[in-house]
Design a protein around this ligand. Structure first.
Ligand code: CA
Length: 364
């Protein structure tokens, strides 16, 4: 329809336009219109994680009235999931979607950009990105991979995970075979746990057979879909290891720099919308899924004892500072994050924290 309109406009705008269109037909039709490809680390349409990039593509197309359209590819469709950053950095494709900690093998500092054990929740983290130095520091890290960074979704606070052994004291982590990746896994290791890496699809059978005692995944929404309740006795909270995991949209830096300013604003604004929408989706759908898990499947919810959380928190401080110490950019990012969190905590202690406690005083 748009193409036909353009041709019609060209035809009636005189001989000069018609001559130009016939001399350079493809560029004339394509003028001002771009088609980009977005590779993702997620299975196509994966709940929450894979649907976020779909929404991003849709918004960019609609907001630009089709001047920039983005086609989304699931992990493995163009490149394997974890080669998404290489594909974007090298310009094979224009953009990608994943989570910052996937790129720690390339730029170690990125592992502090997604979620830090006992770190900031989604609301505080978004404040760091938008009103602190988060965006600037992330851009510095991503420039090393020839890409531009945008926050593009957040899972919110995750669940602690599915356990077949009860956690009553920090001692119970000794020898515990748990699938828990990233910085959280390093903390569990420091507590004496035996951290094992199990690919997603193999987690339910590994739990069932006793090959692992426990696993974390995401939260009720994804965990219900994955059927983890069939393989474990206890569902522990909170997800101290991932208090609000950020997802990223990364764009080839040369493509980004050559994008017209108005389209840059559209991409930036679409990401801000998606960042909020994904968090809302996780909150909304986990609300429904938790009810299903408890009421339909009889899942037993457990809270980690305070003493366990306090012990893990102390270990986390040591472990994380140790990891960051080996790399100047990691240290710069983590130091900045921690100063922001300290200030944010003072405000949270006077706002969200006492408010939520107050709401709990009257049950039901
Ligand atoms: Ca997780």
């Amino acid at each position: 329809m748009k193409r036909r309109n353009f041709l019609k406009t060209a035809a009636i705008s005189g001989a000069a336009a018609a001559a130009a269109a016939s001399s350079f037909p493809a560029p004339a039709i394509a003028k001002g219109r771009m088609q980009w490809r977005m590779v993702t680390t997620w299975p196509k349409n994966f709940p929450g994680l894979g649907t976020g990039p779909n929404l991003l593509a849709e918004l960019i197309g609609r907001m630009s009235d089709g001047r920039l359209t983005v086609k989304v590819f699931g992990g493995g469709e163009i490149v394997p999931a974890f080669e998404s950053m290489d594909a974007v950095g090298s310009g094979t494709v224009e953009m990608g979607h994943g989570s910052p900690y996937y790129w720690k093998g390339k730029v170690p500092g990125t592992q502090f950009l997604a979620s830090v054990p006992f770190g900031m929740n989604a609301q505080e983290l978004n404040a760091w990105y938008q009103y602190g130095d988060g965006q600037k520091l992330a851009d510095e890290a991503y420039a090393q991979m020839n890409s531009k960074f945008f926050p593009s979704g957040n899972t919110g606070t995750q669940m602690g995970g599915w356990f077949n052994k009860e956690i009553k004291s920090l001692e119970d982590y000794k020898g515990l075979k748990m699938r828990i990746p990233g910085l959280g896994g390093e903390v569990v290791k420091a507590a004496g746990g035996n951290v094992v890496n199990v690919p997603g699809a193999e987690i339910p059978p590994a739990l069932q057979s006793g090959a692992i005692d426990a696993t974390e995944w995401v939260g009720p929404y994804n965990d219900l879909a994955f059927g983890l309740y069939k393989a474990a006795k206890y569902y522990y909270f909170p997800g101290w290891h991932e208090p609000g995991t950020l997802l990223d949209n990364f764009i080839n830096l040369d493509k980004w720099n050559s994008l017209p300013k108005d389209l840059q604003a559209i991409v930036e604004t679409a990401n801000k919308a998606v960042n909020q929408m994904v968090l809302s989706e996780f909150t909304g759908r986990s609300t429904a899924a938790l009810k299903t898990l408890v009421e339909k499947h009889g899942v037993e919810l457990r809270s980690f004892p305070s003493e366990v959380l306090a012990g893990l928190n102390v270990l986390a401080d040591e472990v994380i500072a140790g990891i960051a110490a080996g790399d100047p950019l990691s240290k710069k990012i983590l130091d900045n994050y921690m100063v922001f969190m300290q200030n944010a905590t003072a405000w949270t202690r006077a706002s969200e924290l006492p408010y939520l406690a107050a709401r709990e005083l009257k049950k039901g």
